[in-house]
Design a protein around this ligand. Structure first.
Ligand code: NAD
Length: 455
């Protein structure tokens, strides 16, 4: 099938590469000339396990191409996926300017029938706005070409995006019941057939319900995280081990084990903005989403918890004190630092007068970029970008772990202890067992585990 992907970011690039892998002829469009040049020169703009190989293989096979040529992109695909960003607007609502610009571009150039698929995460009703934006362009041109708008939200996880796309746990497709809508559904069924061979994974619904499903999923996941974080803070106060509680409740099949980890707060490009956008949608209907507001408040506070623990251990003024930080990306297997808890921690420590040495297995370049935006030149001078985990440790008062990279799970504790000024570990992701750490001679601070630390 001939497919166009508009927006070659995390979602667009993965979608394009994976659909090409299945034999489709894919045209990826972006407005960012540098990104397109990089891809055309064999580079990859993001860190995503397995992606580079899929892109290289399909480029070589001629099934995947990258361009900034809008007219050619509209001409190419019978199916036009819109996968551009939907960042938060000033009021927290999803900013649809890129989605609508993409829709207008399709209307500006199309000559025959097109299925326009919203893959970006967009608020309920965006399908209608895309239809109107596109229709206006057709009318202005006096062209009567058929099209229909389908919603197909993306559920991939950064860090496992290729795997998630190739083995989805569900495919959500919203379409209308006009003849064009039914024609589009048949096309989508054919496109996604390879993913449904083992068993049917597609959920068919109307466009608005599909749009809503994506927000509901992210809101639910964010809720589980904030729920556990709030309980972890209480666990610290009442002398309970939150990890024991997590296992104890996760074994209930109605609850399940996933997404019950207490930690340093959620970040990334999706949960924070999607929770906000759903709240904003509700406010437009004069409804308050009380639970989601609390989820957001708890998360904002949780990002401060690690820093507060450090301040209460070492004092409010940290001048002359140095700290080692492991993990900068908002989660493992990505270099994405959007809304990353590490940024909040670094700000807290620098504000208190400390210096820090930081390390992340893949996010170092991104860290240099975002920290240069977050910090003044004088503040940035108090951040050392280390070349390895061990390179952060010399003379540090404590090691602080912010991202649960696999490479941090079984470190050489002897070496850590020898390099640190004090054998103190703040574990923002509960990677280690407090009793083991105590045996190894460390003062250990986890999240919601102080009962074990005290014993
Ligand atoms: N990142 C994720 O893990 C994830 C997962 C599921 C859903 N989503 C959703 O998918 C959407 C895209 O997210 P992303 O993380 O891939 O964004 P991104 O910022 O990585 O990529 C968006 C790309 O679109 C390009 N673009 C903007 N306007 C354009 C236009 N008019 N024509 C062509 N290209 C244009 C940008 O240059 C950029 O390269 C968002 O709505 C997001 O919420 C993201």
């Amino acid at each position: 099938m001939k497919i166009t992907i508009i927006g070659t970011g995390y979602v667009g690039l993965v979608t394009g590469a994976c659909l090409a892998e299945l034999g489709n002829d894919v045209f990826c469009l972006d407005v960012d000339q540098r990104k397109i040049d990089l891809l055309n020169n064999g580079g990859i703009p993001i860190h995503e396990p397995g992606l580079e190989e899929v892109v290289a293989r399909n480029r070589a096979a001629g099934r995947l191409r990258f361009s900034t040529d809008v007219a050619a992109s509209v001409e190419h695909g019978e199916v036009q996926f819109i996968a551009v960003g939907t960042p938060p607007d000033e009021d927290g609502s999803a900013d649809l300017q890129y989605v609508l610009a993409a829709a207008r571009n399709i209307g500006r150039y199309m000559t025959g029938f097109k299925v326009v698929v919203d893959k970006s995460t967009v608020p309920v009703g965006t399908g209608d706005r895309v239809r109107i934006a596109l229709q206006e362009q057709l009318q202005a041109r006096g062209v009567d070409a058929g099209f229909t708008v389908v919603s197909n939200p993306e559920f991939l996880k950064e860090g496992a995006a290729v795997e998630d796309f190739m083995r989805p746990d569900r495919i959500v497709i919203g379409h209308d019941s006009t003849p064009e809508g039914l024609q589009a559904a048949a096309l989508m069924k054919r496109l996604y057939a390879p993913f449904n061979r083992n068993h049917e994974r597609t959920f068919w619904m109307d466009v608005r319900s599909a749009e809503f499903t994506k927000y509901a999923a992210n809101a639910m996941l964010a809720t589980r995280i904030s729920f556990m974080n709030e309980l972890a803070n209480l666990a610290d106060n009442v002398g309970v081990d939150i990890e024991a509680v997590r296992r104890g409740i996760g074994s209930d099949p109605r609850i399940g084990h996933s997404f019950l980890y207490a930690g340093a707060g959620y970040g990334g490009s999706c949960f924070p903005k999607d929770v906000q956008a759903l709240e904003r949608t509700a406010r437009q209907y004069e409804q308050d989403l009380h639970i989601l507001r609390a989820v957001e408040t708890v998360n904002d506070k949780q990002k401060l918890v690690l820093g507060r623990k450090l301040l209460s251990r070492f004092g409010a003024y940290l001048g002359g004190k140095h700290f080692a930080i492991w993990g900068l990306a908002f989660k493992p297997n990505t270099d994405d630092m959007r809304e990353a808890p590490a940024r909040v921690l670094i700000r807290q420590l620098l504000d208190a007068g400390a210096t820090v040495a930081v390390y992340d297995p893949v996010a170092m370049d991104e860290a240099r970029r975002v920290l240069a935006l977050d910090l003044s030149a004088a503040e940035l001078a108090r951040v050392r970008f280390a070349s390895s985990p061990m390179d952060t440790l010399d003379g540090a008062e404590a090691l602080v772990i912010v991202t649960e990279w696999k490479a941090f799970r079984s470190p050489d504790f002897g070496q850590i202890k020898a390099a640190l000024k004090h054998a103190v570990v703040f574990d923002g992701r509960n990677l280690f067992e407090p009793d083991v750490m105590a045996e190894l001679g460390f003062e250990y601070h986890g999240i919601g585990r102080s009962v074990l630390t005290r014993n």
